[in-house]
Design a protein around this ligand. Sequence first.
Ligand code: NAD
Length: 265
Amino acid sequence: MGQDLAGKVAIVTGGAGGIGRATVELFVREGAKVVIADINDEQGESLASELGESAYYRRVDVSKADQMQALVDFTVEHFGGLHIMFNNAGISGAQHARFLDDDLSDFNKVVGINLFGVMAGSSSAGKYMSKNGGGVIINNASIAGLLPGQALMTYRATKAAMIMFSKSLAIDLAEYGIRVNCLAPGHIRTSLTAFSMPGMTEEQIERVKQAISPAFDSNQPLKRHGKPDDVAQTVLFLASDRAAQITGVVLPVDGGITAGDPVNH
Ligand code: NAD
């Protein structure tokens, strides 16, 4: 165990499950205090109680700007500051394998969480950090925001937009000592990659999986599915002073998918 984040305070949105949970656990092991922001109260509270005084769970819907501002205010009050904002919460949406089959009924929900949520979190955290010695904002995009493909097109669009937003924000906030970077995970085994969002039938889930099946068959250079901790370790690096000269990048954590055959993603 290192102490790369000793004395640091972090917020992890979507911290109750998957990649967010792995990051919360790693951040605490590395000495940080962490506020877990999520809408899954059961998982969030159970994780916070496992981690003791170093973590606190707060119910927050990232798509609501007032809740994100209240989250930052609470964190500063509870743990005495805010140094790291990991905008991680995201959903795939109940989308079909082909765009013309989509009814766009959850378009606004996906945009609200995946894109607006990141902007709201960056705004509230950035305002605090800009007046308090800087900080680090890390936004969880996806290789789906780098590579085109069938299926999940709203998801892809939100992730691509998030990447451009983050790069631009990195330039805008640099003068305050705030670094802004994006991650682009590949295929990581979590509840998100089950693609079983509420409202989808078994047939729809199967069609989405088939549309992206090559990658799910581990047809990627490193020949294994990623784990939440693979991503968490990268978030830790970007959050730590080891990455002090890195801002405005999008870092794939994808087993080499984006370096390879553009058909298999
Ligand atoms: P997950 O479903 O396991 O976890 C997502 C968490 O976000 C859950 O705890 C959920 O309750 C929470 N959440 C959902 N809506 C929320 C809201 N409105 N407000 C607050 N919290 C909310 O998924 P994951 O795979 O860990 O995904 C985390 C992030 O990683 C997402 O942004 C996702 O797009 C991205 N990502 C995942 C993969 C992958 O293969 N799993 C690949 C690329 C990118």
